[in-house]
Design a protein around this ligand. Structure first.
Ligand SMILES: Cc1cc2nc3c(=O)[nH]c(=O)nc-3n(C[C@H](O)[C@H](O)[C@H](O)COP(=O)(O)OP(=O)(O)OC[C@H]3O[C@@H](n4cnc5c(N)ncnc54)[C@H](O)[C@@H]3O)c2cc1C
Length: 406
């Protein structure tokens, strides 16, 4: 078993394989110089010493007979001979190969974006660079109001760093959150001093002596910034799959058990586009629960076990003291039913389809709503919107008795 990529997916897969009793050789190759580590703290804790968190203790891999090659990349995949070539010049044969290569930050394509001080955030080194910029107490411009950008904004404001978020769409989190959640978070960030500019496009990063000094916007305004964080999404690292002729379309295409168009090659995590829930729609999700779910699917396929029940996709984000948990897929046009939470400021936004089943829930400091919402989504149980929006009605009492389709 050769696993390409020693990130969240690679390490979870290797561990689950051993747990399932797989006793063949397992080799995991990772281009970073580190053993697998958690990425979520990079945007939530980059100012703290504790942002570097290994996924498993260093001894875990040797103890479980998992060979990890860090600092080495797979540079080519030859499916006819079932071998991969490494950056070290070595060749490795495989019976099964798993691509867990993740994704890379999309670059900003404007003049000056190569200046020093223009950063992206994906690795320990990136987070360390961002942390140094906090220490320097300069000004921070964040290009892109996605989850990573807004988490970084919250940390930076908590350190009193002046922050401007520049978002091209007419609201932050436009692709991934309901308009209602975007508005509530915008208000929360603005109340804590973040300057949020929407409908704003960057035209140039100004520099002096090679260092970023400001960002120019299409409306003619200029934002002073010593550090510019570019958080405009990620692109799947599917070059190996492309080059090897595997079916790709916005990521490596896989089936319900993570298999690519070649039965001996699998792909999981950020790099894969997979079918999801009963619609069978192909989606590429970037989240820890997603890659964990897929690792379980691949292990089941390889060890001949029954496929695990598909999980409802979910995600979390921490911004200031808000712990957000989102389950399901946020789609435009859903009817949003807000439900006030138990604690001051907490709330949940339930997304309902025309049949009054729950498609998604966005829960802010509202863990019981998250759990209930996830269950409603999985069971496709119709709810009473009036009862759902009324916090005096218990979550046990908001559903109609019979699930849709039964
Ligand atoms: C800043 C940040 C914050 C996040 N916060 C959250 C969060 O709060 N909640 C959540 O659910 N998700 C979060 N995510 C997303 C989550 O971390 C990813 O979805 C997850 O890490 C994906 O796992 P993966 O194995 O697909 O990719 P990765 O964990 O990125 O691992 C891929 C690895 O493969 C290596 N690689 C690539 N090509 C090769 C090659 N050719 N040869 C060898 N190695 C290669 C890469 O260097 C990388 O180390 C966050 C991501 C980032 C960047």
């Amino acid at each position: 078993m050769v696993i390409v990529g020693a990130g969240h997916g690679g390490s979870t897969l290797a561990a689950l394989l051993r747990q399932a009793g797989f006793d063949g050789p397992v080799v995991m190759i990772g281009s970073e110089p580190h053993l697998p580590y958690h990425r979520p703290p990079l945007s939530k804790k980059f100012g703290d010493p504790g942002f570097q968190q290994p996924i498993r203790p260093p001894d875990f891999y040797a103890d479980n007979d998992i060979e990890v090659r860090t600092g080495a990349s797979v540079t080519a995949l030859d499916r006819s001979s079932q071998t991969v070539r490494l950056s070290t010049g070595e060749r490795l044969g495989y019976a099964h190969l798993v691509l867990a290569t993740g994704s890379s930050p999309r670059r900003l394509a404007v003049r000056g974006s190569d200046a020093a001080g223009v950063l992206t955030l994906r690795t320990i080194e990136d987070a360390a660079a961002l942390g140094r910029s906090l220490e320097a107490r300069g000004t921070l411009a964040i290009i892109g109001g996605g989850y990573v950008g807004m988490e970084v904004a919250a940390v930076a404001r908590s350190h009193d760093v002046p922050v401007t978020v520049v978002e091209r769409e007419n609201r932050i989190l436009a692709r991934v959150a309901s308009p209602d959640l975007s508005q509530r978070l915008t208000d929360y960030h603005r109340a804590r001093g973040t300057d949020i500019r929407v409908d704003a496009t960057v035209t140039e990063v100004r520099q002096q002596g090679g260092w970023a000094t400001a960002v120019d916007l299409a409306d003619g305004s200029t934002i002073a910034a010593d550090t510019v964080l570019v958080g405009i999404g990620a692109i799947p690292d599917d070059a190996l799959a492309h080059q090897a002729g595997l079916a790709c379309d916005g990521g490596v295409l896989v089936d319900w058990c993570g298999r690519t168009s070649d039965p001996s090659v699998f792909a999981i995590g950020d790099v894969a586009r997979r079918p999801i829930n009963d619609t069978g729609d192909l989606v590429r999700l970037e989240s820890i629960p997603n890659v964990t779910d897929q690792a379980k699917q691949v292990v089941a396929a390889l060890t001949g076990r029954p496929q695990p029940e598909p999980e409802v996709p979910w995600f979390w984000s921490d911004q200031f003291d808000i712990k957000l948990k989102i389950a399901g897929l946020v789609r435009p046009g859903a009817r949003i039913v807000p439900r006030p939470g138990k604690k001051p400021g907490s709330f949940a936004l339930y997304h309902l389809g025309a049949d009054e089943t729950v498609h998604a829930v966005e829960a802010a400091n509202a863990p019981s709503d998250f759990i209930a919402g996830k269950k409603f989504i999985a069971q496709r149980t119709p709810v009473s919107p009036g009862a759902l929006g009324d916090p005096s009605v218990s979550l046990h009492e908001v559903t109609a008795a019979t699930p849709v389709g039964s």
